[in-house]
Write a protein that binds this ligand. Structure first.
Ligand SMILES: CCCCCCCCCCC/C=C/C(=O)SCCNC(=O)CCNC(=O)[C@H](O)C(C)(C)COP(=O)(O)OP(=O)(O)OC[C@H]1O[C@@H](n2cnc3c(N)ncnc32)[C@H](O)[C@@H]1OP(=O)(O)O
Length: 391
């Protein structure tokens, strides 16, 4: 029963995500239209009050910033202190608009609201595959050629830290890849990092929102990891650089992990007042033994690529200078193997543990939901954010 409920929740979540991803397409389309009048703007402001679905923090910040710019012009208030997280995020968003003309801000606001309203109207519609590929992803680059679908994390200036939008887009991309005609699916990162793990600004929320956001965060995490547990085709991680947190623990759910010798593997959960996820509390001890797993998951020891390979987490390490060439040559050759045989063999290897992994995933997500509300976790996030502000 729990498994069935889990699958239903996952299905619902993907539909909800799909609808929210229509925002950028709408935004782009109406940008070509005539500028918005004051009346359009006021009606968009009223429409926002009727919106049923929370559009998420990133969109809310954009809306706030464009509203302020449209009504007051460039940011004109003193920067809030670093511990005033919410007001600082709002100030940053407004200030980032610089001297954007009021008319453009008004138009952007109207476009954003119109995208949100139409997406919530059509929440049960599934967009056609090609359409989603072109318009859907803001944080990923998804390409398909030579029998390989590549999903590339694309926030290189933030070390590919995973925002909530990114978790959702990765789930959509995996869903699309599971149904396309490619043989192999690859996850990799753009820039110097594979990924620095969960984006710690996901925790920038007001105390009265914390309980609800932690509850939703746990569902997001469970669904995200669930997509990897259930992924039906050979899944390959091309670890182009350092990996942190969930971008390390999730690797045990891949079928091949190729790493550059520049990559490192770091799971600083205790330092963050958090606990392991992505089934690693089970997969890591069974892969490398409890003592080595404890060193990583409890004490946060950072491994080199060679060490991770010796512990069975990485399949093979390549010199960074030839990494891309060697890995893609190898993958192109593999992608020519009979597709169904690859898929069936993968399922034979993975199916034994699927139900167990879903149960572990649910339990780890539940424990993290509590952890995120702890002082230990909040203090650790605060430390990271204050360091960022160069205090
Ligand atoms: C209420 C709860 C809701 C939660 C919902 C979440 C749902 C799923 C949760 C899954 C659980 C996952 C857990 C984890 O992954 S734990 C690991 C988290 N990651 C980290 O602790 C890494 C933090 N980052 C760093 O330590 C360093 O940035 C790093 C070593 C990666 C790189 O250092 P370096 O000095 O080379 O570069 P910068 O620090 O200057 O980084 C450049 C910019 O990128 C920003 N950055 C990088 N990583 C992150 C990150 N993980 N979160 C937020 N921001 C990140 C960094 O701040 C710099 O930005 P600025 O240029 O703007 O300063």
């Amino acid at each position: 029963m729990a498994g069935v409920t889990g699958r239903l929740v996952r299905g619902w979540c993907l539909r909800a995500v799909r609808s929210s991803l229509q925002v950028p397409a709408q935004l782009h389309m109406s940008k070509t239209a005539m500028g918005a009048s004051q009346k359009d703007f006021e009606s968009a402001v009223n429409q926002m009050k009727l919106l049923k679905k929370d559009p998420g923090n990133e969109v809310k910040l954009k809306l706030y910033a464009h509203y302020k710019q449209a009504t007051e012009g460039p940011c004109n208030t003193p920067k809030p202190g670093v511990f005033d997280l919410i007001n600082k995020a709002k100030w940053d968003a407004w200030n980032a608009l610089g001297n954007l003309p009021k008319e453009t801000a008004r138009q952007n606001y109207v476009d954003l609201v119109s995208g949100l309203s139409s997406s919530s109207d059509s929440s049960s519609q599934v967009k056609p595959e090609a359409d989603r590929k072109q318009a859907g992803y803001e944080t990923l680059v998804m390409t398909s050629e030579d029998g390989i679908t590549k999903i590339m994390l694309n926030r290189p200036t933030k070390m590919n830290a995973l925002t909530t939008q990114m978790y959702q887009e990765i789930m959509l991309a995996l869903e699309a890849a599971s149904k396309d005609d490619s043989t192999i699916t690859v996850l990799t990162g753009n820039g110097s990092y594979f990924s620095s793990g969960n984006d710690l600004t996901n925790f920038v929320i007001s105390p009265d929102e914390l309980e609800e956001r932690a509850r939703r965060g746990a569902i997001l995490l469970r669904d995200f990891v669930g997509c990897f547990i259930d992924f039906p085709k050979p899944l390959v991680a091309v670890v182009n650089g350092p990996a942190v947190g969930i971008s390390v623990t999730i690797l045990r759910l891949f079928d091949l992990v190729y790493a550059s010798d520049r990559a490192t593997f770091h799971t600083p959960f205790s330092h963050l007042g958090q606990t392991p996820e992505a089934c690693s509390s089970y997969t890591f001890p069974s892969l490398m033994g409890p003592a080595k797993a404890a060193e990583m998951l409890i004490f946060g020891k950072k491994l080199t690529a060679a060490e991770a390979c010796a512990r069975g987490l990485v399949t093979e390490v390549f010199p960074d200078s030839t990494f891309q060439k060697e890995v893609w040559t190898r993958l192109k050759a593999y992608s020519k193997l009979p597709r169904n045989a690859l898929r069936i063999s993968k399922q034979m290897i993975r199916n034994h543990e699927k139900e167990k992994l879903h149960a572990i995933n649910a339990e780890e997500s539940r424990i993290l939901q509590e952890r995120w509300q702890s002082d230990e976790c909040m203090n650790a996030i605060m430390n990271f954010l204050s360091r960022k502000a160069k205090l």
